[in-house]
Design a protein around this ligand. Structure first.
Ligand code: ZN
Length: 295
């Protein structure tokens, strides 16, 4: 699983090394605001004062999908029950400072694959999107479109796609004392969009260790890895993506794909074949919360 993900990470870092000044994209007038003072205060306490952090980070509503007990180390799930016929299609929306520089310099046209969203909407396919905060800031209109679709769930993929462990391919690392804040401010960026909010969280590169999980304990979330890696980052043909998914998908599977366009240019071509293959196998796409809750 790791080598396939590593392709994305390595190329993202090449982009990051490219040049110049970071940008935050064109802010929308009604774009949500950044970190609240409550998060700053919670993080100032540091990882050793988790009780204090628990008291100050805004807890999730208990009814939100993926919400877990605040203060306890979050569970990590790969897939749902192997019964039934549901599978979760998940799409990561990575965004790094290097990717933002590529957009600003015109080296890359888009990291938002509208053809994927168009297809899912047209076919009325449920899906779950793991959004980085920087992607949300860059694409507020598309974020709103995702939130407005009752078949789509929104989840958290960190703020700027930094690593939460010291050994995660070549991804730059979020400071150890900044992990809680990084995840918390991403929830705060996504939540104003409404729709089907969740408390699901996916680490960049799926890299996590005990310290990273403990840092997320104040946030009352569920960590979601996945059991089917599509290998879509930087694919040059759609067939291997289709094979990787259909050869491995089973009831309860969580399929990892990307909606990052330039960094996953074949995903929209693979998707119709994946949907057809799922139908042939009697498998039905559902949201992550439905797949994980299935019995
Ligand atoms: Zn990612």
């Amino acid at each position: 699983m790791r080598p396939l993900l590593g392709v994305l990470v390595a190329a993202a870092v090449v982009g990051a090394a490219a040049s110049a000044i970071a940008l935050s994209g064109a802010p929308s007038p009604d774009a949500p605001t950044l970190v609240g003072p409550s998060i700053e205060a919670a993080v100032a306490g540091g990882p050793s004062s988790s009780a204090e952090a628990t008291a100050q980070v805004r807890p999730p509503a208990a009814t939100v999908a993926g919400a877990t007990r605040v203060g306890s180390r979050p569970p990590v799930v790969d897939h749902g029950p192997r019964t039934g016929n549901r599978v979760a299609l998940t799409f990561d929306a990575d965004m790094t400072d290097g990717m933002l520089r590529n957009l600003r310099a015109g080296r890359v046209k888009s990291y938002a694959n509208l053809r994927i969203v168009d297809l899912l909407e047209r076919e009325q396919v449920p899906a779950t999107f793991f959004l980085t905060g920087k992607w949300v800031e860059r694409y507020p209109d598309l974020t709103r479109r995702l939130a407005d679709n009752p078949r789509f769930e929104l989840a958290n993929h960190t703020y700027g796609h930094l690593a939460y462990t010291g050994d995660c391919y070549d991804l730059p690392r979020v400071p150890a004392k900044g992990m809680t804040e990084d995840a918390a401010k991403t929830f705060e960026l996504i939540e104003p969009y409404g729709g089907r909010q969740t408390r699901y969280f996916r680490f960049p590169g799926l890299c996590h260790d005990a310290a990273a999980l403990s840092a997320l304990a104040p946030l009352g979330l569920t960590v979601v890895d996945g059991d089917v890696v599509s290998g879509d980052p930087f694919a040059t043909a759609w067939e291997p993506i289709v094979r990787a998914v259909l050869d491995n998908v089973r009831p309860g599977s969580v399929v990892i794909m990307h909606v990052t366009e330039a960094n996953a240019a074949m995903t929209d071509e693979a998707l119709p074949h994946i949907l057809a293959g799922l139908r042939d196998r009697g498998l039905v796409p559902a949201t992550l919360s439905e797949v994980l809750a299935a019995t």
